[in-house]
Design a protein around this ligand. Sequence first.
Ligand code: DGJ
Length: 516
Amino acid sequence: MNQIPYLKTENNRTTLMVDGAPFLILGGELHNSSGSDLSYMEEHVWPGLRRLGGNCYLTPVYWECLEPEQGEYCFDLVDGVIAQARREGVRLVLLWFGLWKNGGSSYAPAWVKQNREYFYMQGQDGLCIESVSPLCTGAVEADAAAFSALMTHLRDTDTERTVIMVQVENEVGVWGHPRDYSPAAEAVFRDRIPGEMAELYGVSGTWEEAFGLNACEYFMAWALSTAVGRIAARGKACYPLPQFMNCVPSGMGVSQLAGSCPSGGPVARVNKIWRAMAPAIDLYGPDIYASNFREISSEFAALNALVIPELGGGIDTASKAMFSAAAYNLVCFSPFGIDGMMEPISAHDLVAQMGMAMPPRPMVPAGELLAEAYRLIRALWPQICTAQQQENAFAFLQQSDFGHEFVLDDYIIDISYGGGRPGPGAVPQPRREDTPMGGGFILRLGRDHFLLCGCSCFVKIKPRYASRDQLFVLDKRELHLTECGFVPGRILNGDERNHLALGPAPAVQELKFYRR
Ligand code: DGJ
């Protein structure tokens, strides 16, 4: 029997261990409904994923299908999708769509929805929100029982460890209101804060007295983390797979006030509460649909190893994957709607990238770029990790900027997007919608030896003026990844010597300098 997957932390780095070896999840999350029909999976999902070549996919387990009648479990869908994944030679991360999915209880079974004892949250207007209140202990217990049944079933049947991690619930939080205003919530909110919150923050009094403007959000974070913490702990006691939660990060282009982004969800600013109340959850990750990918990812990378369970699908995913692999202690990279991304022209990409209904011209198939990025990252992974440990990995990703400059003793690495940096007052050129954004990384393999992996950028590696030595290009060449590893391609001399341009498809180049 294979070892249970686990998270290992050593030298400040957390690694997901699968079958005793490090495992970087390079995959994607399926559309919400794909996993509810095994024949749909066969016809529409696996053919595309085969071409993508990811190593692990995130797919939901729906409470309403798992426990259609209270206490009567049906594992057919779960077993079916695991069997398909095993046949495909990939792993799975299961997403527990239990009491909460995007703040609502749409995946709760009918017997939960129709039983008024499982009371719902109420908004400020007194109307009920279609979401069970986290203060409803009966519902939380029912969810915990179902989640434990799932985890026990995995423990007993998934001896090959096809499932390597579990997400508990999905994007929890109160949507559209600062907090739950149900009578039960009102009573707790008007009362003095519980001992654990008093201890955590060194304050006392009612929620409003203790936390002022943050009261509603902290209250919801406490109520939700207490509920989810209970569910997660019950599941983990049955089968200790690594667990994580996803969230709608703040700064999604909307106000950061509680209620405008799901209030109480595990965003960075309430991480302290979640950590204290839900210790069974190992990692917290952002769903990144906003354009400030670098800011959001780095905020979560500062909390724990980085899991990106969802990001907007499209032609930029390849650049973001290469950037994330070298910028962070990455555990999981997973664009959403991955089963739609292998289409030749993906409608999903177009909507996400351009907000247009019809393509102006054929676009680069997003899935193929991502497939290439995954191949390269996987092949370079050991070198990336070593370079990161030695602070010799430099990652870059285009947002609304001209480029990046890294200064390392004798060298300056100058990355530019769209052809160099114009003078003062100039603004970055708008990027072409049919081309991926610039992104990738540079590894310094030796004092004068570099490896570049990325796309859509110009790179200049040049000596610093202050350098004692003069540095000249010794050798510059393309590297192609084949089944036997990297093989040298063109030698880039002459016209190609001075400018390292990388086109829209992810590529690798190696560069050596000599000194005089
Ligand atoms: C975020 C959710 O977590 C996903 O399940 C999905 O609904 C996506 N949004 C986008 O549709």
